[in-house]
Design a protein around this ligand. Structure first.
Ligand SMILES: [Zn+2]
Length: 448
């Protein structure tokens, strides 16, 4: 932890200050957790007179008859015969006066009527090396860097596209090896992309500094990831009586885990076992990292306008066919906003990329059907059938994956039911029975 912290401190942000046609890059100093910049450089950029009176410790900034006076370590500034109070005081260090970055526009900028733009510039991480290693059962793309760099992988059985949020100084040599039949490296201004041709790969695991492509032959379902939708700052849909979808999803997921583990002796990992926030991508990553055989995301439905809806439906990832399917996906994908991610313009744009789920389209459909058949048998609420839409959370899952909409939290009757332990148990049992019949069917098909 100490090492990690010191690494972070070694990489300060920089700021780009722009006034009219001129931009300067300044390195801030950090005082009391705030970024400060030297006022001398700001004064130069804005064309202000800068006079430090060392006897009185006053700093005078002037332009066109206006005068701005400040004293380091005092929160009071004098401007136009009046005094103003700052939330943080300027700081005097090594013969220079430093001023909080976040106050420049509102104080100096407005006092002198100068339109100054301030932008934080993140330093682009550097990739030291990228190498390929081949083992009997796997091929590994290994990264080396001084500081962890984020990357993203989209893959199918034939191709992988890796985007790394960093640039390299020296072009790494990437020669095809093992399951990698071709490799193309493209440098961009702020990131690097790699396109790999693959042969015989059927599973991929992402780790901190490597991507492992390997031949995993699933003859038996050994691990299921159950994903309780939403959590933490993201409540999901909220019922009229104030029931949070995130809480119901978690309660159902916990019971489902118990049903599967006790009755099927199959390991279950919950993407979250308490009220915490997880990004949509992280949920699928948990399944991919653990090479799960099935991924089930548990949600409750909401219908915003019109006649209240009711019932249970199961989705797999594909293009939505109806506007209703599209609306459900849009509602669930709204979690992306908690991730500071921009919503895809149309809900198909990311599905086209989803080379991973497309390989499991049939299996995901089968799984959804089995769960939906179980709903008809085991639930008293209507069965709304198997549906398909562009759910971001199913994107990139390298296994059969479905999203279950248990009931309508937006419908007061079902909201009331969803609160009850018994109904939560019924829903978990229904999903468990669906998974069970899917597995039986799957293993029967496989052994024939
Ligand atoms: Zn949801």
């Amino acid at each position: 932890m100490i090492l990690l912290l010191s690494l972070i401190c070694l990489v300060p942000n920089k700021y780009e200050l722009t006034y009219e046609e001129t931009s300067i890059i300044v390195e801030p100093e950090r005082f009391e957790l705030h970024d400060y910049v030297s006022l001398k450089s700001v004064a130069e950029l804005l064309g202000l007179g800068y006079v430090m009176d060392n006897t009185t410790q006053q700093l005078f900034l002037t332009a066109g008859g206006r005068r701005f006076v400040l004293i380091p370590d005092l929160r009071t500034i004098e401007y136009g015969d009046r005094y103003y109070h700052l939330p943080f005081s300027p700081v005097y260090r090594n013969g220079e006066v430093y001023f909080p970055v976040q106050l420049i526009t509102t104080t100096l900028g407005s006092a002198f009527e100068k339109l100054i733009f301030i932008k934080r510039v993140m330093e682009i991480p550097v990739i030291n090396d990228i190498s390929l290693h081949s083992r009997a059962d796997s091929t590994i793309v290994k990264f080396s860097w001084a500081r962890a760099v984020d990357f993203d992988v989209r893959f199918s059985t034939r191709q992988a596209i890796i985007e790394i949020d960093g640039i390299y100084k020296e072009r790494p040599k990437l020669r095809p090896k093992g399951a990698v039949t071709s490799a193309r490296l493209t440098p961009h201004n702020t990131y690097t992309s790699i396109e790999l041709g693959l042969d015989g790969v059927n599973s991929v695991i992402e780790r901190d500094d490597e991507i492992v492509f390997f031949n995993k032959v699933t003859t038996k379902v050994a691990l299921i990831v159950v994903d309780a939708g939403h959590g933490g700052i993201d409540p999901g849909a909220v019922g009229k009586k104030g029931l949070y979808e995130k809480d119901v999803n978690l309660a159902i997921s916990k019971v489902l885990k118990k049903f599967v583990e006790d009755s099927l002796k199959i390991r279950v990992i919950l993407s979250r076992d308490r009220d915490i926030y997880l990004s949509l991508k992280e949920r699928t990553n948990i399944a991919n990292r653990n090479a799960a055989d099935i991924f089930v995301s548990i949600h409750c439905n909401a219908h915003l306008k019109g006649v209240p809806r009711s019932g249970f439906e199961t989705y797999f990832l594909s293009d939505a066919k109806t506007s209703e399917e599209r609306a459900v996906a849009a509602l669930e994908n709204a979690s992306l906003k908690f991730d500071n991610l921009v919503m895809p313009n149309d809900d198909l744009s990311f599905i086209l990329y989803d080379l991973a789920q497309s390989a499991f389209l049939d299996e995901s459909n089968h799984l959804a059907e089995n769960i939906q058949i179980s709903a008809e048998k085991n639930l008293k609420i209507p069965s709304r059938g198997v549906k398909q839409a562009g759910f971001y959370v199913l994107n990139g899952a390298f296994m059969p994956a479905v999203l279950v909409e248990c009931a309508f939290i937006s419908n007061p009757t079902e909201e009331k039911m969803l609160r009850k332990k018994n109904f939560q148990r019924d829903l978990a049992y229904c999903v468990y029975r669906g998974i069970r019949s899917y597995i039986e069917d799957y293993e029967r098909r496989l052994n024939n």
